[in-house]
Design a protein around this ligand. Structure first.
Ligand code: HEM
Ligand code: FES
Length: 448
């Protein structure tokens, strides 16, 4: 029997078999972009939907879904698309639109009405020269510029599993690890975000601000420590809050960037959490920070000692996918030229397929900072590809073509380092997809 799934915001309707197809399968089979970071294992919650009509036509909640619903305090209309099977007509609305939104979900894990102590890294980024820019460009739309600035500099926070916590004046505050993670990971995420912000600013100055006769600069301070995390405030207006001495100290460390002329400063606490040989450290300072009796020990962060794969991918992602259709069309044209026999495997619209591919590539870069979900998601993608008729032998063509497409699209922004990073990332993606393949032997065993 067939059932209809209506997508409210898309005004689109698809048809699928009842009892054997989950809501997520219905989206994938019909080329409807639907985030599913953990590949349908009920772990990430990115596939969540609101069921607008026909809730009774979905299978009951699985144990994984019951636990997720309880811990996140969802209302009953929210379901995990990967966990519910379709038994009849439904109307749904997807709730998470982009990979950038995914980290915001960490806020759901913060307690209501009270605060819990959690080990987090806090990053303060201050924008310099903004007053000059606004006074020199009276007619210029400052709101537009601020939004560009906040977007360009906020993305590296989001790509590294951080939350954009606040904008205070010309400052952006990011927090890392509010929902868990090791000390080392949370600090490395914050450090990578800081370096990503520097790259993003370079791009902003070079491309978007070149007509404004101004060069924006930033100063970044990072600290690590136990801070209180929770939803606090008047019962009618509670908001996500991060409170504690480590937050104030992070702000003061940022204040030192102006005095010392350093771009990024990290506290001793951050320095001690990461591997000694991971970072290139410059000068060391011992300022007396406001409100403290003892002098602090802070370090100038110059960068990573070795190429950081994630940073290189993150820094090139926007340029690579700023015109997603262009990237996809160059890529598929090359693939079909090199391996004409694979054309027949693509049954659906190739332009829509291109969007799914670029959506997935972007999602992979964002979710590298949540590797446990990413691996599950890629294994599922590998299984899907087996169903599409993709043989293991076809993967090298795709890798080779992708590595040819990247320099073509990036133009002057391409560097051998970027190429190397994408090469390594594709090896990881392909190996993990292959790990999800069901071997002929295990197919036989399953049948027996
Ligand atoms: C880097 C590795 C690859 C990635 C990230 C990737 C990504 C994707 C994505 C996101 C989809 C959409 C459907 C879904 O999510 O299941 C898809 C579909 C598909 N891919 Fe791939 N893919 C890869 C490698 C390959 C290779 C090596 C081939 C073989 C030539 C291939 C052929 C296909 C086909 C035939 C479909 C279904 C298209 C249709 O339904 O018309 N992919 N791929
Ligand atoms: S919970 Fe459904 S895809 Fe992760």
């Amino acid at each position: 029997m067939k059932a209809r799934v209506q997508y409210a915001s898309l005004n689109q309707e698809v048809s699928c078999d009842t009892n054997c197809c989950s809501l997520l399968d219905a989206s994938i089979e019909n080329q409807i972009p639907h985030l599913h970071e953990c590949g349908g294992n009920g772990k990430c919650s990115t596939c969540r939907v609101r069921v607008l009509e026909g809730a009774q036509n979905l299978s009951p909640k699985t144990q994984a879904e019951i636990e997720m619903t309880r811990s996140r305090k969802w209302d009953p209309s929210i379901r995990l698309a990967c966990q519910c099977f379709i038994k009849g007509d439904v109307k749904i609305q997807r709730l998470i639109w982009s990979s950038a939104e995914v980290n915001k979900l960490q806020i759901e894990t913060a307690p209501e009405g009270r605060a819990e102590e959690r080990p987090i890294a806090i990053l303060f980024c201050d924008m310099r020269n903004f007053t000059k820019l606004s006074s020199q460009n009276a007619s210029f739309d400052i709101a537009y510029l601020l939004n560009r600035f906040y977007t360009a500099l906020g993305d590296p926070i989001l790509m590294n599993n951080g939350i954009i916590y606040q904008y205070v004046g010309d400052e952006i505050v990011g927090v890392f690890g509010t929902a868990g993670g090791s000390r080392e990971k949370n600090c490395m995420d914050a450090i990578r975000a800081a370096k990503g912000m520097q790259y993003a600013l370079e791009r902003l100055n070079k491309i978007e601000l070149q007509d404004f006769n101004v060069k924006l600069e930033i100063g970044i301070g990072i600290n690590f420590g136990l801070a209180y995390v929770g939803h606090l405030g008047h019962p009618t207006h509670r908001q996500f809050s991060v409170i504690g001495d480590p937050v104030n100290v992070a702000s003061r460390i940022q204040g030192q960037t102006k005095k010392t002329g350093a771009n990024v400063l990290i506290s001793k606490a951050v320095y001690r959490c990461v591997k000694k040989d991971a970072l290139n450290i410059g000068r060391k300072f011992n300022p007396l920070l406001a409100g403290k009796e003892e002098r602090a020990e802070i370090y100038e962060l110059l960068g990573f000692k070795e190429m950081d794969l994630q940073l290189e991918l993150q820094a090139s992602l926007h340029l690579l996918l700023q015109d997603e259709d262009k990237f996809a069309s160059i890529f598929y044209e090359k693939v079909f030229e090199k391996a004409p026999f694979v054309r027949a495997l693509f049954k659906n619209n190739i332009k829509d397929q291109g969007r799914l591919l670029t959506h997935m590539l972007g999602g992979i870069v964002y979710s590298l900072s949540r590797p446990e979900h990413l691996v599950m998601g890629l294994k599922k993608l590998g299984k899907n590809h087996q169903r599409y008729g993709v043989k293991e032998a076809y993967y090298p063509v795709v890798k080779e073509t992708m590595l040819e497409t990247i320099p073509e699209v990036l133009g002057d922004f391409y560097t051998p380092k970027v190429g190397k990073a994408w090469g390594q990332a594709l090896d990881f993606v392909i190996d993990t997809m292959k790990a999800g393949l069901v071997s002929d032997q295990s197919k036989l065993e399953n049948r027996a």
